[in-house]
Design a protein around this ligand. Structure first.
Ligand code: CMP
Length: 139
């Protein structure tokens, strides 16, 4: 089925000047960028976005990292977009990520892991609406 998923290019990857390189990998996979913008998250925005992880030991440093510099948030669309994006991102921990994946190429460690992608249709819908309104999704 045609799905939409939500992507974040995290501050460490934006700082490496590889937004275009990551978009190229996304587009070459067949996914279409239906919305995108560069943002600077506040601590409160990062905490809200990652609220599901609020009890985890890494929550504080993760939220500090996510608002340490600009991010690029995007909505991606295509056949099986959620699974497809997770495949091209690679494993959460770059030490486990396959050759050629975005995290293998651009992650620094398990926290500064270059990109985020939604893990299910329900979370994709919530995450998209956290950063974009309907008028910004132009197909
Ligand atoms: P992400 O896909 O954005 O979802 C949650 C994030 O928490 C994850 O990528 C990592 O950036 C971070 N994370 C997950 N596990 C750990 C961990 N064990 N230590 C530090 N950060 C983690």
């Amino acid at each position: 089925a045609i799905e939409r998923t939500f992507s974040i290019i995290k501050p460490n990857a934006v700082a490496k000047n590889v937004i275009g390189s990551i978009f190229k990998i996304i587009e070459e996979s067949g996914l279409k960028i239906v919305a995108t913008k560069k943002i600077q998250m506040t601590k409160a925005q990062a905490e809200g976005f990652y609220a599901v992880h609020s009890e985890r030991p890494f929550f504080g440093t993760l939220c500090d990292f996510m608002c340490s510099g600009p991010c690029v948030v995007s909505v991606l669309e295509g056949e099986n977009a959620i699974a497809k994006y997770r495949e091209i991102m690679g494993a959460t921990n770059p030490a486990d990520a396959a050759e050629g994946t975005i995290r293998k190429l651009y992650a620094d460690d398990i926290e500064a892991n270059a990109v985020h992608g939604s893990d299910a249709p329900e979370t994709a819908a919530v995450e998209i609406s956290y950063f974009f309104n309907a008028l910004e999704l132009v197909g």
